[in-house]
Design a binder for this molecule. Sequence first.
Ligand code: 5GP
Ligand code: MG
Length: 181
Amino acid sequence: MSKIKNKTSLKTLFSEAQISKRVDALAREIVADYPKEFLVIVILKGSFVFAADLIRALETNGGSAQVDFISLSSYGLGSNSSGKVTVKQDLIEDVSGRPVLVIDDILESGRTIAFAVEMMKKRHAATVKTCLLLDKPGRRKVDIEADYVGFKIDPYFVVGYGLDLANKYRGLPYIGIIEDI
Ligand code: 5GP
Ligand code: MG
């Protein structure tokens, strides 16, 4: 029986084992495409668990990622808003002249990742690619696709593996759908 109590309203969408296998496959693809050293930019907060697993998988597969963090917030997420993205906490590293991989949890409207990519280009990153754990293709408002995607999903609201609902559930080791809230 699961040690995680009171989660009866959560249905598993991707198990720990499924995620781990997929993260390893993504890391192999990235290592094959990137120079040995590059800068991974992690968009907080939702992608920190994914990023932690991915950078270790990169290292295991022969890559060597340096890491920095940026906190972005998007007001009125999803489809029914202006979706203005703002920087809550900026990078420490200078991206200029460096190959960059931007990591985020979910590609939905596309506004967050489009904003991040534009920012890296303005700061003269040598190259910019994106890696998203999840992609909800039906929800796009901006014309952008990720270079690497973990899983494509239908437009469910998902939690776990770093993803929250009101800052809860981030520590769940699997990705789940909330069935009755
Ligand atoms: P967008 O692509 O719309 O700019 O932003 C996607 C962001 O919305 C994600 O980074 C994430 O923070 C949030 N988001 C979108 N869908 C979900 C979801 O199903 N669950 C959670 N927890 N956050 C989501
Ligand atoms: Mg986010």
